[in-house]
Design a protein. Structure first.
Length: 377
């Protein structure tokens, strides 16, 4: 009888231990918000993949924070590149009490969404949205780990003037916060360098027919055209430039057009050979862990890489690093640690200026050689 009681006691102890162990696991949710539907879905999928890959890597590390083993989960949400849907998703994530958000792709979504995240105290780290207005309110929870439009627009204008020796340019933008903001900076810098902006045209981020705009610009005979917008519009624009006999006109754009998919969207138009585009950050070849990371990404998500996934990966890891340093997954506790970051990521060593912009931002200008995106040295 004594032995039987002892065995029962031991079994009960094991059950209790198992229960305690289960209670010592804490779920931490990090959300990706990006356009998973519509014309920009290829960007959104790439963004989400970066977060998913980071979450998978974190779960392999058996991280303990605040005395509890952490189970990391990715929450993937679709903002459809629409500000209204983006803010609705932001409120949903606030209500879910996620621990952090890696978002968004589009500045027009990021600007209103950032206010929602600020009001509910959830950190938002973007490695894609580049309009300077995102960080201007000074929200404690909002950070950017990529160069903003001031660097991209001015860098392209300097390249057009200093390297290509252009004298005249036309400027088109899609009227989004991203496209218009970037185009304004390019135009302002171009004029300050002595280039003449001979025409300024507008479209929208759903358009596919640019013949009227391009015909008007053709009459002004610019050396180059700058487009502030995304690749679903830039691709058809390049095709239509060919149709109008404008294949010799240089074509510039920011990170929104600087994708592998641009060649496909333009049907490898002749004009593709005259494209120069700028991205925030170093090329994969020059990122500290870029090529090794890209190999792992391609094995996990073959054929899906676009632009921003390395930054989304680093943004996720940055949030986890702040939690570890704070020994807490509570945003109220770990958000103050973000400004103190010195995180050695795939893209760079991430440190922040007081305004929550990344320190020492770099840009990479790429061209398309034989239809393939190729970074310049």
């Amino acid at each position: 009888m004594q032995l039987k009681l002892t065995l029962v006691a031991v079994a009960a102890a094991f059950v209790a231990a198992g229960t305690a162990s289960a209670q010592d696991v804490q779920v931490v949710k990090i959300a990706s918000v990006a356009p998973m539907s519509g014309g920009q879905a290829h960007y959104g999928k790439d963004n989400a993949n970066g977060v998913v890959l980071a979450i998978e890597d974190l779960n392999k590390q058996n991280i303990v924070i605040g005395g509890k083993k952490i189970k990391w989960e990715a929450v993937l949400e679709d903002d459809a590149a629409d500000p209204k849907q983006g803010t609705a998703v932001a409120q949903k994530l606030c209500d879910m009490k996620v621990n952090g958000v890696v978002a968004p792709l589009n500045s027009g979504v990021a600007i209103p969404s950032s206010k929602v995240y600020h009001e509910c105290g959830i950190p938002m780290v973007t490695g894609a949205a580049t309009n300077p207005d995102i960080t201007k309110p000074g929200y404690a929870e909002i950070f950017r780990i990529i160069a903003n439009d001031s660097s991209l627009g001015s860098g392209l204008a300097k390249y057009a003037h200093d390297t290509l020796k252009l004298k005249t340019v036309a400027v088109i933008d899609d009227r989004t916060a991203y496209g218009q903001g970037l185009a304004d900076i390019f135009a302002k810098t171009a004029e300050s360098l002595g280039m003449k902006v001979v025409d300024r045209q507008f479209t929208n981020d759903k358009a596919t027919d640019f013949m009227a705009i391009l015909t008007a610009i053709k009459g002004k005979k610019p050396d180059g055209i700058f487009y502030g917008g995304m690749d679903p519009q830039a691709g058809p624009m390049l095709r239509q430039m060919d149709q109008l006999g404008m294949s010799n006109v240089k074509f510039f754009g920011g990170d929104g057009i600087c994708t592998l998919k641009l060649a496909e969207l333009s049907a490898n138009a002749k004009s593709l050979a005259n494209v120069a585009c700028a991205e925030g950050g170093a090329s994969l070849q020059k990122m500290p862990g870029g090529l090794e990371w890209k190999k792992r990404y391609d094995e996990r998500f073959p054929g899906e890489f676009q632009v921003y996934s390395p930054y989304k990966y680093d943004a996720t890891m940055l949030l986890a690093d702040a939690m570890k340093r704070a020994d807490s997954v509570d945003p109220k506790v770990f958000v103050p640690k973000l400004i103190e970051s010195n995180y050695k990521g795939v893209t760079s060593t991430i440190q922040f200026e007081p305004n929550h912009e990344i320190k020492n931002p770099s840009i990479t200008i790429s061209v398309y050689k034989d239809g393939k995106k190729t970074p310049l040295d």
